[in-house]
Design a protein around this ligand. Structure first.
Ligand SMILES: NC(=O)c1ccc[n+]([C@@H]2O[C@H](COP(=O)([O-])OP(=O)(O)OC[C@H]3O[C@@H](n4cnc5c(N)ncnc54)[C@H](O)[C@@H]3O)[C@@H](O)[C@H]2O)c1
Length: 446
């Protein structure tokens, strides 16, 4: 049976390399659809957990995973030799940057090198990791072709960006449209057919580069628009205007406006990282991506702004930051998730520690949080989430950095001396004793 028939009949074996926030939901989605799925991950701990039917990715329910494992539809391994069983290989490994914001493709390279000696004629390799335009053809293709097989001729090669939004119950692999760019029209057609089993909307583009660029456009669009409202939030504070009120009003326009929220900065694996992949690549073309740099500058400064508000809040009570106890609420990079990678809370806490404050945090999803260990703050510190009651009792000031929905903010305000709210979760609360200082809003009267 050729690959087309195997895809049509769901008889293709799919191997997913990297069982993290992207790979595991996809493994489950394909297995649920009826495909046999092998998940390949270097982390023995993660492999063992998946084979036990235990999910450490919040968007994947352990019961659902366990049912697929029990039914023999999904298994995990660390053994690259299992790739010989696969008809289709999806690469979902991390794409971080280094201290100099240079793309770090080591995980993609090692996955491709693991595939190369096990690649057979007629197979399809799909890269899903977010990366700069050209990675599929300039990095992955040459490695795979060291097998002696030619991409687009002997095997299929495709880029299809991943767009999942962890913690968003409305959108999953089953309803987020997929963008697909194959090396040849035949590669694109087969990948569209495959993803068509997952989601009703598949959009083909002409090349892997166009697909790679699509994902970067989406994330740069967010980064630039978040920077715009962050800059305006700082301005509106000075002007005595509440940006949240203004955004709510502007949102009533049914066309031509899309609401973005200001906040303490950008975090996660995508928005603070991906734009740099493009600005790095652009330099090869003698091009300097000014919007990306400007947005990064504004967003990177927001933790400084939040610390400035903490200083202002303490000042209202005649206190200095040095020696004060600050309780940070929320260190995940966005609400209701456990992912704290590149969280704005990290830089905020580093700045507070540098200024001589004592910092504790509470986050119901993140038990341990690492800060420092970088050029900006050399010393590495592991903080542990404290019980909310105890943290509130000890704190001179509370700063809400991530607005998880399972925290009672009325209670937090009632039990705090001063609250800095960087995400507007206290907007609806009455504040008779002027304890709340919201980012993007006028200072309370003293
Ligand atoms: N997390 C998101 O919300 C999100 C959304 C869209 C796109 N992306 C992109 O998807 C990619 C993966 O991100 P993630 O958040 O799933 O990462 P992750 O860190 O959650 O998971 C990656 C997994 O890959 C494994 N791994 C690394 N190198 C490997 C190798 N050579 N062979 C086998 N396993 C290997 C790791 O052990 C880990 O379990 C990144 O490019 C990211 O930018 C992430």
């Amino acid at each position: 049976m050729n690959l087309k028939d195997k895809i049509l009949n769901k008889e293709a074996t799919i191997c997913i390399i990297g069982l993290g926030y992207v790979g595991l939901p996809h493994a489950v989605a394909f297995a649920t659809t009826g495909f046999r799925v092998i998940g390949l991950d270097l982390s023995e701990r993660r492999v063992a957990a998946v084979n036990r039917g235990h999910s450490d990715i919040p968007d994947v329910a352990s019961e659902q995973l366990a049912a697929l494992v029990d039914a023999g539809r999904l298994e995990a391994t660390s053994d690259y030799d299992r790739l010989t069983e696969a008809d289709i290989i999806l690469i979902c490994v991390p794409t971080p940057f280094d201290d100099m914001k240079t793309p770090d493709l080591q995980y993609i390279v090692s996955a491709a090198e693991g595939i190369m000696p096990r690649l057979g004629a007629g197979k399809m390799v799909i890269l899903q990791s977010t990366t700069y335009p050209g990675t599929t053809e300039e990095v992955v293709q040459p490695i795979l072709e060291r097998s002696g097989l030619k991409a687009g001729q002997d095997f299929h090669l495709v880029f299809s960006p991943e767009r999942i939004d962890p913690g968003n119950p409305q959108y999953s692999a089953h309803n987020i449209p997929k963008v697909v760019g194959g090396l040849t029209p035949a590669c694109t057609e087969l990948a569209c057919m495959l993803f068509g089993h997952l989601t009703p909307a598949v959009h083909a583009v002409s090349t892997p580069r166009a697909a790679e660029m699509t994902k970067l456009l989406e994330n740069i669009f967010r980064s630039v628009n978040i920077a715009l409202v962050n800059e305006l939030a700082v301005l509106m504070e000075r002007m005595g205007i509440d940006i949240w009120e203004v955004i709510a009003a502007a949102k009533t326009k049914p066309f031509g406006f899309m609401a973005f929220s200001p906040g303490p900065g950008v975090g996660g694996h995508c928005i603070p990282v991906d734009p740099y992949y493009l600005s790095w690549k652009a330099r090869q073309f003698d091009f300097y991506t000014k919007f990306i740099e400007l947005a990064a500058e504004v967003n990177a400064d927001m933790p400084n702004h939040v610390v400035g508000k903490i200083v202002a809040g303490l000042n209202l009570h005649g206190k200095a930051l040095r020696g004060s106890r600050v309780l940070i609420l929320g260190v995940a990079f966005k609400r209701d998730i456990d992912d704290a990678r590149n969280s704005p809370a990290q830089r905020t806490i580093e700045l507070l520690l540098d200024a001589g404050a004592t910092v504790e945090y509470y986050d119901p999803y993140v038990p341990v949080f690492q800060v420092g260990g970088n050029a900006l703050h050399r010393g590495r510190v592991a903080l542990h989430s404290v019980p909310l009651d105890e943290g509130l009792a000890r704190a001179d000031i509370v700063a809400i950095i991530t607005g998880h929905r399972n925290v009672d903010y009325a209670e937090v305000v009632a039990r705090s001396r001063i609250v800095i709210d960087a995400v507007n979760v206290t907007a609806a609360l009455t504040d008779e004793s002027n304890r709340i200082i919201r980012l993007g809003a006028p200072m309370p009267a003293v």
